[in-house]
Design a binder for this molecule. Structure first.
Ligand SMILES: C[S@@+](CC[C@H](N)C(=O)[O-])C[C@H]1O[C@@H](n2cnc3c(N)ncnc32)[C@H](O)[C@@H]1O
Length: 325
């Protein structure tokens, strides 16, 4: 017999951003027409939604259970659901570019975000990743977000508030938002955390602050858009020495068309979003052994001007041919 623990007075769906029951005024809905075009908006009593197929009254939708079809004044049919988190973040108002759902999923999995975790993130931008982090840590965790631009923080506050939507307007209990540069504010806060996620132009500038706040065994994760950022971040982590060898990757998602005998990859896909890097924090004073693999010819040749970690004695003489995990 499974020994079930008392989950306390917190409902399973608490602060998940998922709402059940009839659609309420103030909630977002997502309408999809017969051509797959999407329209997302907040339901307001007395308001109308207009499209090239006439109009629809919001009052026709308020009070109904999601998962129905409505017909506009000019005969257009629309499927009505509440947006999923992955749908909400790509349609919500944006200040800065958002972390796309495919990458947010990688971050939650590979940075091992868990219920109750204390996660630090910067910058908060439009708050897309914040929503995934808050959902993963739950009401008993903590997401401390740092954002240096007040106007982006305002956009994020509205988006996170809209998604988690407490009826009384209360903010998510696990969320702390600090305006300022992570490199200065995180050390000043005295916070210690399990995971740090950096989504910003120059994450290497925040490495010392991240190392100071991250618990031994904690995970540092960076999300960078270009190869030059990727190289500089990885090399700076190596130079720092207080982390394990960084792992770098990207994820590509391809839709498939499945219809009778016509089963093939879709014609369109998102070619590039960003690269991900993770490394684990060593205990104070400990250094991870560097890979005893000879650098590729020319990797650190005369044209390389970036940071470079010391090469351990004998590393250039050995080649580790063991396959990657
Ligand atoms: C690409 S956006 C982040 C998007 C966000 N992760 C999302 O999913 O919506 C990058 C943000 O980092 C902020 N930023 C850059 N460097 C920062 C730093 N050192 N400390 C705090 N915020 C920073 C920028 O102002 C910008 O809003």
């Amino acid at each position: 017999m499974v020994n079930q623990r008392d989950p306390g007075d917190v409902a399973a769906e608490a602060w998940s951003g998922v709402h059940r029951g009839p659609l309420r005024a103030g909630e977002w809905v997502r309408l999809v027409d017969s051509k797959g075009r999407k329209h997302n908006f907040s339901l307001e009593p007395g308001k109308r939604f207009f499209s090239n197929r006439g109009h629809l009254d919001h009052d026709e939708m308020i009070g109904r259970e999601e998962g129905f079809t409505v017909t506009s004044s000019a005969g257009g049919e629309y499927l009505v659901f509440r947006p999923l988190l992955s749908e909400f973040v790509v349609s919500m108002p944006r200040g800065a570019a958002v972390v796309y759902p495919k990458d947010a999923a990688q971050i939650v999995a590979m940075a091992d975000i868990f219920p109750g975790a204390h996660v630090v993130e910067a910058g908060v931008g439009s708050g897309a990743l914040t929503c995934s982090l808050l959902r993963a840590v739950g009401p008993h965790g903590r997401v401390s977000s740092y954002e240096r631009r007040e106007e982006f923080a305002d956009v994020a506050r509205r988006n996170v508030g809209q998604f988690f939507g407490a009826e009384d307007g209360a903010p998510h209990p696990a969320w702390r938002l600090t305006i300022g540069d992570l490199a200065e504010e995180l050390p000043a806060s005295g916070e210690h955390c399990d995971r740090i996620i950096l989504d910003m132009l120059a994450p290497w500038e925040c490495l010392d602050a991240a190392a100071g706040a991250l618990r031994p065994g904690g995970i540092l994760c960076a999300y960078v858009a270009t190869t030059t950022q990727l190289s500089r971040f990885v090399e700076t982590v190596r130079v720092h020495g207080g982390f394990t060898e960084p792992a770098a990757w990207e994820s590509l998602v391809r839709d498939w068309h499945v219809e009778g005998l016509a089963v093939r990859p879709g014609h369109k896909m998102i070619g590039h979003t960003a690269f991900l890097v993770t490394a684990r924090r060593m205990a104070p004073g400990e250094r991870a052994p560097r890979k005893s693999r000879r650098p590729a010819p020319g990797a650190y040749g005369p044209d390389y001007t970036g940071p470079r970690a010391d090469v351990p004695d004998g590393a250039d003489a050995q080649v580790d041919e063991s396959p990657e995990e």
